[in-house]
Design a protein around this ligand. Structure first.
Ligand code: GLU
Length: 278
């Protein structure tokens, strides 16, 4: 009896010790706040990997784009050097979950601030204002704006605000919604889709990369305020990130980041928006 009890206790203690060690080993970082991580000189930042000009993982494993530069500039203001940053791919449908689970400290990934997203995460910014637009093959003459989408096969990404807008306001459109824009591009190329819809600045990146195969048509028909997504309720961190955004706009590094990335294909840098400290 006594031996059995001791054994059970022993096993219990071992199991607890293992559990504690596991928490410290892998999940430990989730107990620390984003600011703690910044103080340690290390940040994990969510970006896109397949959006040229914005967030792109290059063949050599490096990262480039406006969002990547913004991510680094903000990290710099928080005292973290580029070597201290780990970039993590954050596809549109996974962004809230990655933040909620503490897998990223913040996300800079063409991430529109929206009321429904604000139920789960908070946003610093905005740091840029985009608008939903359309990308078609260069020989397409039938689609010139959202009014032409009736009966057309249109691709956007699951969970994105442009996909939500099509579902809600353009019900006669056949929306296809995979997880990434690269899958939309493959389908546009293959002829399975008539158009891709998402933010103008993202589509401009794909058009620029396509050597004339695709064109952006029509005027932007929504307003997409790009924010930096972070943990809901971490007001101290949000304030620091907002301070950082204001500082990089004021010191000219925001403009330089834009001109060196999106701007290379001729896109003009707009006047940056005002940070919203809601
Ligand atoms: N800005 C839009 C959004 O956050 C579209 C771009 C994207 O999917 O990242 O949903």
């Amino acid at each position: 009896m006594r031996i059995n009890r001791a054994l059970r206790l022993g096993i219990g203690v071992t199991a607890l010790a293992v559990a504690a060690a596991t928490t410290a080993g892998c999940g430990g970082s989730s107990n620390k706040s984003a600011l703690d991580h910044a103080k340690d000189g290390k940040l994990t930042i969510g970006i896109k990997f397949d959006q040229p000009g914005l967030g792109l993982r290059n063949k050599d494993g490096s990262y480039s784009g406006f969002d990547v530069e913004i991510a680094k500039l903000v990290a710099g203001k928080l005292g973290v050097k580029p070597e201290g940053i780990t970039f993590k791919e954050s596809p549109s449908p996974q962004r809230e979950t990655l933040i909620e689970n503490g897998q990223v400290d913040y996300i800079v990934a063409t991430y529109s601030i929206s009321d429904s997203r604000k139920q789960k995460v908070d946003f610093a910014g905005p740091y840029y204002v985009a608008g939903q637009s359309l990308l078609v093959r260069k020989d397409n003459t039938s689609i010139n704006g959202p009014e032409d989408l009736k009966g057309k096969k249109v691709c956007s990404v699951k969970g994105s605000t442009p996909a939500q807008n099509i579902e809600k306001n353009f019900p006669d459109t056949q929306l296809q919604a995979p997880d990434t824009y690269s899958l939309c591009l493959e389908g546009l190329k293959a002829g399975s889709y008539d158009a891709i819809t998402t933010d103008d600045i993202i589509l401009a990146g794909y058009a620029a990369q396509s050597a004339g195969s695709y064109k952006v048509v029509g005027k932007p028909f929504t307003t997409e305020n790009y924010g930096i997504g972070l943990k809901k309720g971490d007001k101290e961190f949000r304030n620091k990130v907002n301070d950082a955004i204001e500082a990089i706009i004021a010191d000219g590094s925001w403009k330089k980041a834009f001109d060196d990335t999106v701007g290379v294909s001729g896109y003009q840098a707009p006047t940056p928006p005002k940070v919203d400290r809601y």
